[in-house]
Write a protein that binds this ligand. Structure first.
Ligand SMILES: Nc1nc2c(ncn2[C@@H]2O[C@H](COP(=O)(O)OP(=O)(O)OP(=O)(O)O)[C@@H](O)[C@H]2O)c(=O)[nH]1
Ligand SMILES: [Mg+2]
Length: 211
């Protein structure tokens, strides 16, 4: 299936976020959990910057994505929590601005560290604010079969929700994640434009052809 993805902008706050009313999904997770890598794997292109050093991005990166004949949507890559110097107040403010828009929310947790307190807090918060929400376990390729069984069981027990195992490296779970994203986007309300454009086409006279 044809996928088009482009970087729109980095947003420091509410005023930088798009205002044309497309549906949105926010990717949330600790720094280094693999948000940017998963975005690149999903769209099969390196649109998002990844880094082995956590906590580099303090802005939300906005991508416009279109898959096949489906309606385009915005994918918001939030800065990772857990590594900010002097607390996470910057993250909270930005996340608050993003979630006030009632996007769909996808929480990414590292399959190797199931049930961290910060992840559980984030899940509680997403459940309370996002229009629709789901969970994925990242870097599943790093676990042996036995580790994986244990991790998935622990995750589903802790979050009381199904968790989709994914890997940006092997591509495992990506098709299932697209299906999940479609479902989340469909069950979140289309946003009304904040600043509707004047309806140029309706008021402009039809161009006349010269004969
Ligand atoms: N083995 C493996 N490594 C991964 C996977 N996804 C990401 N990584 C690695 O994990 C590190 C962090 O990945 P990023 O995608 O930059 O993580 P992030 O969540 O965007 O991090 P911040 O932007 O700092 O919040 C990089 O070194 C990636 O190569 C995966 O599925 N498998
Ligand atoms: Mg990132």
């Amino acid at each position: 299936m044809n996928i088009q993805a482009s970087f729109v902008r980095s947003a420091a706050g509410e005023t930088d976020l798009p205002s044309d009313g497309l549906v949105e999904i926010a990717f949330v997770g600790r720094s280094n959990v693999g948000k940017s890598s998963l975005i690149n794997a999903l769209v099969r292109e390196r649109v998002a910057r990844t880094s082995a050093a956590p906590g580099k991005t303090r802005l939300a990166n906005v991508y416009r994505v279109r898959r096949g004949g489906a309606a385009p949507f915005y994918l918001l890559d939030l800065p990772g929590y857990g590594y900010a110097r002097g607390g996470d107040s910057g993250f909270e403010e930005l996340a608050g601005a993003v979630f006030a828009r009632q996007p769909a929310g996808l929480l990414l947790v590292d399959a190797r560290h199931p049930g961290l307190a910060t992840d559980r807090q984030a899940w509680g918060w997403i459940q309370g604010t996002a229009a629709a929400h789901a969970l994925v376990a990242t870097k599943i390729d790093k676990l042996s079969r036995a580790e994986r069984l244990h991790a998935m069981r622990t995750l589903e027990a802790v979050f009381e929700n199904s968790v989709l195992p994914v890997s940006a490296v092997t591509g495992e779970g990506l098709e299932a994640l697209w299906t999940l994203i479609d479902r989340l986007l469909n069950s979140s309300q289309p946003r009304r434009p904040l600043h509707p454009r004047p309806r140029e086409t309706a008021t402009r006279p039809h161009p006349r052809r010269k004969s």
